[in-house]
Design a binder for this molecule. Structure first.
Ligand SMILES: NC(=O)c1ccc[n+]([C@@H]2O[C@H](COP(=O)([O-])OP(=O)(O)OC[C@H]3O[C@@H](n4cnc5c(N)ncnc54)[C@H](OP(=O)(O)O)[C@@H]3O)[C@@H](O)[C@H]2O)c1
Length: 300
């Protein structure tokens, strides 16, 4: 199949390149094709005539989106609409990636696809509008909501934690926001599987299981070095590259940020499961495989 990937230099786009190596893949980064430029985008898609278009282009800086919501809506909503229109005109299947941040986080337990979205920040609002535009403009589309995405390329939580680790002996990480870390490689494989079907619609597609950001960091550091001791206040001591490093759990209030975050954004892949399509593994197992790769080859 001829597959066009937009926003191809981020976490997900770069993993898709590897996973779809047996297809004819055309990958365009932000500097090569901007989803907000409808004229150029539509012309390019018309000439290329891809059978599948995967839109990984997004402005994913949650606090940046809060500060500049116009830009957030331009890229994440209008950009998504531009891509959907361009795909429909050439009859290409479309994949749009959305987020767990469409939910407000007040539910007890995991969110399923029938739960009403109610975003509490500009990023979530812009992505939800992107979903609506995609649904309106293109019936042959897959909308995949994922969560806490990380990979070797692009900004991500593991990259941030491992880089702070080199500068400090103590890391403070919030322990009252729960979600599911998802390796971009796993999502890329799920997408590869779905584009071979016509099971269009809205899906939750994150890894299995859940944790807080603190628990995510704890598992990452345990895999990176060795865990030595847990103190009464919840601080965990690790030995990493010959140094003692402290990981301390803190409350969201201790880290004021421009954008609010949902307390719980755990997703259940309910609709993938009922159709026998769910391929997403447990987050801990995926993180283990990811850390092995990073130890070998580093981030890129
Ligand atoms: N990261 C997460 O935790 C997370 C969680 C849930 C859902 N998602 C969704 O998953 C998808 C993939 O995320 P990701 O982690 O791979 O993000 P990412 O690493 O930030 O990659 C997004 C890519 O889109 C590009 N881009 C930005 N504006 C663009 C524009 N106007 N035209 C074309 N390309 C543009 C970026 O390029 P520049 O960097 O050069 O601007 C970047 O390479 C996104 O739709 C995101 O909303 C992500």
């Amino acid at each position: 199949m001829r597959v066009l990937i937009l926003g191809a230099r981020g976490n997900l786009g770069s993993e898709l390149l590897g996973v779809l190596a047996d297809h004819e893949v055309i990958a365009k980064g932000h500097d090569e094709l901007d989803v907000t430029d409808f004229g150029r985008l539509e012309g390019f898609v018309r000439d290329l005539r891809p059978e599948v278009l995967i839109n990984c282009a997004a402005w994913t800086d949650v606090d940046g989106c809060e500060r500049d919501s116009r830009r957030a809506f331009l890229v994440n909503a209008i950009g998504a609409r531009n891509v959907a229109l361009s795909a429909r005109k050439v009859g290409a299947k479309l994949i749009y990636i959305s987020t767990d941040y469409v939910f407000d986080g007040t539910k007890e337990g995991p969110y399923v696809e029938f739960d009403p979205p109610r975003p509490i920040n500009a990023y979530g609002m812009s992505k939800l509008l992107g979903e609506r535009f995609v649904k309106e403009q293109h019936p042959e589309s897959f909308i995949l909501r994922t969560a806490w995405l990380y990979g070797r390329r692009g900004k991500s939580f593991p990259r941030t934690i491992l880089s702070i680790l080199r500068q400090r002996d103590e890391l403070k990480v919030v322990d009252d926001q729960r979600g599911t870390p998802t390796w971009a490689r796993d999502l890329a494989r799920q997408i590869k599987d779905l584009i071979g079907t016509e099971a269009y619609g809205l899906y939750h597609a994150s890894s299995e299981g859940s944790c807080t950001w603190f628990e995510f960091a704890r598992e990452l550091l345990r895999l990176w070095g060795s865990e030595e001791e847990e103190r009464g206040d919840g601080t965990v001591i690790f030995r990493i590259e010959g140094r003692a490093v402290r990981l301390k759990p803190v409350k969201t209030e201790e880290f004021p940020r421009p954008a609010k975050r949902p307390r719980n954004s755990v997703l259940e892949n309910f609709l993938l499961k009922v159709q026998g399509l769910n391929m997403m593994p447990d987050w801990r197992e995926s993180l283990r495989r990811f850390v092995e790769e990073i130890k070998e080859g580093g981030f890129s």
